[in-house]
Ligand binder design. Structure first.
Ligand code: ATP
Ligand code: MG
Length: 184
């Protein structure tokens, strides 16, 4: 196994074993919802949590309550994904990875219209580097966007140094239950 794969495996095992995930998720989401970046954002692209990821429900609900346009990722082939607008959470289906996606995938939002991307990931470092799940969906998506890239992670996902490649896109900010790295 490569160093990168081993690091990802170790960190994800820690994330899977974490306790008080809902409480920690709430702390993380509230930092986002209270931020000026979120308050000023008209179009928010946020992931819907899968497995042991930070639960984004509070951010999703805040978007609906505050009349923001919310879009969620829909993965296509070859590492390409769309941001698809959703008006409520009732019309979701599960894709082949077991991730919730909107049943209606026709309302694709132009990536240049997005103000804030709420980014998932596996391992992060203090220099705002990110590892995802190994398909490059987010790295490809960020090319040609102006959106602020804010990743959500539990503190156990932050390591000293993440190995990066030329195509890896850095975050502007990483929010955990204990700290905010970069600018929110
Ligand atoms: N902008 C890009 N253009 C072309 N290929 C890319 C680009 N970004 C990533 N890739 C390809 O995607 C593969 C997976 O990338 P990487 O290992 O960085 O995924 P990741 O960041 O963990 O995944 P994700 O962004 O989906 O969470 C790489 O091997 C690389 O070849
Ligand atoms: Mg990457």
């Amino acid at each position: 196994m490569t160093d990168k794969k081993q690091l990802k495996k170790d960190v994800l095992a820690k994330r899977d074993a974490l306790d008080q995930r809902q409480e920690k998720s709430a702390v993380i989401c509230k930092k986002i919802v209270d931020s000026n970046v979120f308050k000023n954002a008209k179009v928010v692209f946020a992931f819907l949590s899968f497995g042991s990821e930070v639960d984004t429900k509070i951010i999703v609900d805040a978007c609906f309550l505050q009349g923001k346009k919310l879009c969620v990722p829909v993965c296509k082939k070859d590492g390409i994904m769309d941001a698809v607008a959703v008006e409520n959470m009732s019309d979701m289906v599960y894709n082949k990875f077991g991730i919730a996606e909107p049943a209606d995938v026709t309302k694709v939002v132009d990536k240049t219209d997005i103000d804030l991307v709420v980014v998932p990931g596996s391992v992060f470092d203090k220099n705002l580097n990110r590892m995802g799940y190994g398909k490059g969906f987010y790295d490809r998506y960020f090319v040609g966007t102006r959106a602020k890239r804010v990743a959500l992670a539990f503190d156990c996902q932050i390591v000293d140094e993440v190995p990066v490649d030329v195509y890896d896109v850095k975050m502007h900010c990483i929010v955990t239950e204990k700290q905010i790295l970069g600018d929110l």
